[in-house]
Design a protein around this ligand. Structure first.
Ligand code: HEC
Ligand code: HEC
Length: 269
């Protein structure tokens, strides 16, 4: 007993205890503090994936397979990326209601938060294009003229000169691009839904995508009025030519009849 208490009162005991306490606090801090934020991110992410997986099992797995591997009713979603999910689900194309020539645009049935969870789950299955940041698709600082040029060479053959859309073969169609959210325009270019080719960054730079979005924003905003008078549906040279034929020729015929009638009258009198 005497021995123990003597040891406890060793002059260095206080220092040892203090050092030990410091080491423990420091160690605990090192172990938890910086890891905490990283961990919080990780948990948020894995929670989103978890929730997304649940939504997926209920709404999508019947066609796309329980692990996204695809079935005879729907393609594999491994590697399509979060951009494809955001585009397909936010524009209401997915979940598909019935098989047809083309999945039509519908009212979205999932909230944006749920779409983000679905996207997180699909993205966790395999790497693919991810949902763009606002700075990538906002029209600020874009070159509208360049966008128009790019649109005419890359998109107009299907979507028409001002993005009004048009029919393709076998009941398929390129939809009108009026009122399409800029984010979804960007995602459509990234992922190439159905019969549309994709325009990855290697073939069309991020800057060029932004230019095209800014061009569409200008031609479709109600602020931009048709510079040449009547818009004629913005369908391009055919409708404009037809207009010239009907009204231009009509006017010429009317003048000819008027002249003929007057010369006839003049002869009689
Ligand atoms: C009734 C069957 C069916 C259901 C349910 C369904 N899909 Fe699809 N999905 C399809 C088919 C068929 C395609 C391919 C043709 C097409 O795009 O229309 C497709 C295409 C997709 C694509 C595009 C893949 C690519 O290569 O770009 C995504 C993403 C997608 N589905 C996600 C979903 C998600 C998420 C859900 C659930 C919310 C869902 N689908 C529900 C049948 C379905
Ligand atoms: C070969 C024809 C073709 C070309 C070229 C093409 N598209 Fe498409 N595009 C389509 C088809 C078909 C769809 C419908 C796909 C669907 O419903 O899943 C579509 C859909 C879209 C959508 C979705 C519209 C909506 O209603 O949600 C956008 C946005 C779009 N295209 C933009 C573009 C842009 C921008 C370009 C040029 C860089 C382009 N497309 C080039 C055929 C084309």
């Amino acid at each position: 007993m005497k021995k123990l208490s003597a040891r406890r009162r060793h002059p260095l005991a206080a220092v040892v205890v203090l050092l030990f306490a410091l080491a423990v606090t420091g160690g605990l801090y090192a172990a938890f503090a910086p890891a905490d934020t990283a961990k919080a991110d990780d948990t948020a992410q894995s929670l989103a994936i978890e929730e997304g997986k649940k939504l997926y099992s209920v709404g999508c797995a019947s066609c796309h397979g329980t692990g996204g591997q695809g079935t005879s009713d729907g393609p594999s979603l491994v590697g399509v990326g979060s951009a494809a999910v955001d585009f397909q689900v936010a524009t209401g194309r997915m979940p598909l209601q019935q098989q047809g020539a083309q999945a039509p645009r519908k009212k979205a049935i999932y909230s944006q938060a749920e779409i983000d969870q679905l996207a997180a789950y699909i993205a966790s299955l395999g790497a693919g294009p991810s949902v763009p940041e606002k700075s990538q698709y906002s029209p600020d600082g874009a070159d509208i003229a360049k966008g128009g040029e790019l649109f005419r060479t890359n998109c107009a053959q299907c979507h028409n000169f001002t993005g009004k859309g048009g029919a393709l073969s076998n009941g398929k169609y390129a939809p009108s691009l009026e009122d399409v959210n800029p984010k979804h325009i960007y995602e459509a270019m990234q992922t190439g839904p159905q019969n549309m080719p994709s325009f990855p960054d290697t073939t069309m730079s991020q800057k060029n995508k932004k230019d095209i979005i800014a061009y569409l924003d200008t031609v479709n905003s109600s602020k931009s009025e048709s510079p040449g008078g009547l818009e004629l549906g913005g369908l391009g040279p055919v409708s404009e030519g037809l207009f010239a034929w009907i009204f231009g020729l009509g006017a010429l015929i009317a003048v000819a009849i008027w002249v003929a009638a007057h010369t006839a009258k003049a002869k009689k009198s």
